[in-house]
Design a protein around this ligand. Sequence first.
Ligand code: HDE
Length: 740
Amino acid sequence: MHSSSSSFKALLTLASLALSQAACPFADPAAFAKRDEAPPADDHHLNQYHVNDGEGSFMTSDVGGPIADQDSLRAGRRGSTLLEDFIFRQKLQHFDHERVSCRSDDLSFVPERVVHARGAGAHGVFTSYADWSNLTAANFLSEAGKETPVFVRFSTVAGFRGSADTARDVHGFATRFYTDEGNFDIVGNNIPVFFIQDAIRFPDLIHSVKPEPNREIPQAATAHDSAWDFFSQQPSTMHTLFWAMAGNGIPRSYRHMDGFGVHTFRFVKDDGSTKLIKWHFKTKQGKASLVWEEAQVLAGKNADFHRQDLWDAIESGNGPEWELAVQVVDEDKALAFGFDLLDPTKIIPEELAPLVPLGIMKLNRNPTNYFAETEQSAFQPGHVVRGVDFTEDPLLQGRLFSYLDTQMNRHGGPNFEQVPINMPKRGVPIHNNNRDGFGQNFIHTNNYHYTPNTLNGGYPQQANQTHGRGFFTAPGRTVAGGNLVRELSPTFDDHWSQARLFLNSLTPVEQQFVINAIRFEASHLTNEQVKKNVLIQLNRVSNDVAKRVAVALGLDAPAPDPTFYHNNVTAGLSIFNETLPTIKTLRVGILVTTGNQASLDQAAALKGKLAADGLVVTVVAETLKAGVVDQTYSAADATGFDGVIIADGAEGLFDGSKKSPLYPAGRPGQIVVDGYRWGKPVGALGNAKGALESVNIPTENAAGVVLSGDVDGFVGGFEDALKADPNEYAPLTDDESMTQ
Ligand code: HDE
């Protein structure tokens, strides 16, 4: 981009005439020219452009003046964050506006999200199981069968908008309910805990995981020094980090993951009484993850893997479903379980508070226009309805500011709620005295836009708990008392026990995957001190983990640091120890050879039976053949399938003395080998058993390997193998399973 180019200038001039100067000041070519000029020699700012934050410097505000910016200002240690906290507001506001809202080069008005830039959305419907007025005044939960439209956006956190879907990351799970009483958003994640405990540390977390600023490397990855430097200096990250290193960081699809509200919220009844709650979305597809190597291959082969999976499932009529559930805890139990319910790095183990299923959500309609709907959707934890209230969780408190603020940046002004995807559903009235601003679409006819007024009859009138079904802050909420503080409560101090609880609750194969993931990440570290700091924190969770990571790093095994060691386990955390409740929409590849008609016939028969059970079947051969062969070996690979079958057409199981006639020899073998290594069931019909043996896949009593001489005898066994979690068959890599 050159600001001196005359055609470029002309373009900018035209554009700046067409667009609001105020909304896009950098579209002014004069401003550009000025920026490029060398500052005059007597400019007192000279030499202030390069800031190195070096030795001896203190943190300051943007206008100078030393500050501490790691703890927001609260009304008491367990109290709400205060609006007077200019340090918090300045830091978060700067962060919220990091992506520019008007780009000089393309004049785009909606920059990508500063986090969660990469995502996909879908419409659906939520149906309440019952009248839940015994728990909440929320209208969308007021009767059995009550339907509420929803829009959900799934995302990864760290990558840019064009990054690959399968990057290892926490995944966003943001749900909007278009209720009869206005929009309600649960802006959650697929991991029930978070890295930090105070929102003021969020810019630090994200700066550490995003590409390093000098060379903008690496994209959508935490395998670099700055991320692990932060993790190891901020041990509240440990619990979430272990989840992210497990299969939860690389889900098989958006459909195969749970969602969580993360923070503790409140349910409020009409009478004002409250309970503490945690939101859960339990996938009806079952949980499943990719294998790391597969995720990496996918990032190159199909960066849209998750987006496409969601789209295809909905188009096929098999839209995904989640059961919405809550854990309910009495107000006086906030500290009763040995941790603080205001601390977002903690789960409530299900043994302490069982899930109460409230209703079912089904996604059944794809967006019509990605930009208009998915990209412009503006979720906010502050979008609550009567019946739902906040808690003093300092992470939630800060989010209530950030999401509103960031929308101002993305949409150029305060009227983003008037974008169709953000409007409440048709028929929900909007009356207030908010006026004007960039992009105002409403034509207000009330000339007396203030309260109190008599000239408009006193309208719109104020609604509250007893009048007009207003939103109300639960009357029982109290201020924690004590001094205003910039510090976290000591009840937030244990960062390691629940990380260990998570690890203990996984299967040995999953534990091995966690070790492998940490080894992968830590092996990318270049700084010796950071490597050592990582081991110190891992060792507080598990000496076994620390030792095995130390081996990969070539460092000495640390002695146990046992303060937080325990052998407790809890239910519901493992991905691998459950079978999938449905295999509909899973994809099966049948490998055949065009030159062998019997092979094609066998594939057709098999395809018919598997497709009847809702599987998406692709027949692969050397050349495409309409209605018979769907994909070529040149295009196919194991990432495209949840299970791979070789069908060479012969009757009867092959005795191993003849070679499989599959052609070309290398490619099909590679697909089967990759599929097997990545924990997918593989199957062989007829002589194809020889093909499995030729690539050293075990054929005798091997988990995940299904053999049969005929189609009928094959289908049931193969479908059962698909139901078992795909990764259950993944051979252990690197070393043996956990011993401690
Ligand atoms: Fe977000 N987060 N976040 N986050 N977050 C955003 O808002 C923020 C956090 C989550 O699909 C931003 O509209 C702060 C936890 C989702 O459009 C921004 C903190 C959880 C999405 C923001 C957190 C989330 C976002 C960027 C620390 C799970 C995508 C664009 C307190 C409970 C929503 C936007 C979508 C997006 C701020 C931490 C979930 C900058 C300050 C914890 C799913 O406002």
